[in-house]
Design a protein around this ligand. Structure first.
Ligand SMILES: C[S@@+](CC[C@H](N)C(=O)[O-])C[C@H]1O[C@@H](n2cnc3c(N)ncnc32)[C@H](O)[C@@H]1O
Length: 296
């Protein structure tokens, strides 16, 4: 039975593969750096408890509250922090983790919340911050950045071929003095691109929304910082797993696990979801799981 009838509950991706790869054993300390709906954390807590525990981080305090209700009774400690602060969280407790997971990006609940402005299918002000206590929302960037900088963001983070055209239209649209809602932004982007045409192809606004979300949350900067600190978080012999959702992230994770003095790669190629999972959970289609063991 769903606790939130209007919002789809997040379904953890590659759940069986994460459990098989991370092998959380009884007594293990697991660090879940992206607690989200608590799906992966709940499964791991059931495996490690009662002598082990899970430290679950999320930068979104609303997600932590949702997860708190769902993880009631399980050995999970919740911490409001970004994952580039995870090393500090462990250091403060004098700990290294046996298993670490990062499942990047956002949850279904966040996507479906119109107040977040993350999805063009839900009308709302384009905020896009995952942590609403800090940072500059997308609508401010859309008002403030010059055309060149907007085009750079769309090109670098969205690999959007029409980045300059879209940036010009956005800057031109400022004179209308209308709020930057998700639907307005999507309409402007679509007016610059050929229509979707073939059924099933992604909406033309997808790349622009991805690019702005990455910029607003400094997703690549935070990921790079976390990957740099990751070796210090995992005890020698421990295992780290990262699930990414686009090629920019996956490239960084591959590189991060590529240092053979520190990591033994468990996956040469990323693990992807099978047809059945992709059929049930469209989000799984772009998921890539990489695992590595920390060398002694
Ligand atoms: C894909 S969801 C995780 C889902 C979770 N594994 C589950 O099974 O329910 C990603 C979560 O990570 C959080 N997040 C994204 N970037 C973060 C960051 N830099 N630091 C901490 N949490 C982050 C988001 O707020 C979101 O709740």
């Amino acid at each position: 039975m769903s606790q939130e009838p209007s919002i789809a509950r997040h379904v953890p991706v590659l759940a069986a593969e994460v459990l098989a790869g991370l092998e959380p054993l009884p007594g293990c300390l697991v660090l879940d750096m992206t607690l989200g709906g608590g799906g992966h954390a709940g499964m791991m807590a059931a495996r490690v408890g009662p002598d082990g525990w899970v430290i679950g981080l999320d930068c979104d305090s609303e997600q932590l509250e949702r997860a708190r209700a769902r993880l009631d009774g399980l050995p999970v400690e919740l911490v409001h922090a970004r994952f580039d602060q995870a090393a500090e969280v462990l250091r403060d407790r004098g700990l290294q983790a046996d298993r670490v997971l990062a499942d990047l990006g956002f949850c279904s609940e966040q996507l479906d919340d119109p107040g977040r402005g993350l999805a063009f299918r839900h009308e709302g002000l384009a905020d896009m911050r995952l942590d609403r206590t800090r940072g500059e929302p997308a609508h401010r960037l859309l008002d403030r950045l010059d055309e060149r900088e907007l085009a750079r963001i769309l090109w670098e983070y969205g690999e959007e071929k029409q980045s300059r055209r879209i940036a010009r239209k956005i800057v031109e649209a400022r004179h209308e003095r209308l709020p930057w809602t998700t639907t307005r932004l999507a309409g402007i982007v679509r007016s610059c691109l050929p229509p979707r045409g073939v059924a099933g192809r992604i909406d033309p606004a997808t790349r622009t929304f991805q690019a702005l979300r990455i910029a607003v949350n400094d997703e690549l900067g935070v990921l790079e910082s976390m990957l740099r600190q990751l070796p210090g978080m995992v005890r020698p012999g421990g295992i780290a797993a990262v699930i990414s959702f686009h090629s920019l992230e996956d490239r960084m994770v591959k590189k991060g696990f590529g240092d053979q003095m520190i990591w033994e790669r468990i996956t040469r190629k990323p693990i992807e979801a099978g047809e059945a999972e992709c059929g049930e959970n469209p989000r799984a289609r772009s998921a890539r799981l990489r695992l590595a063991r920390r060398l002694p």
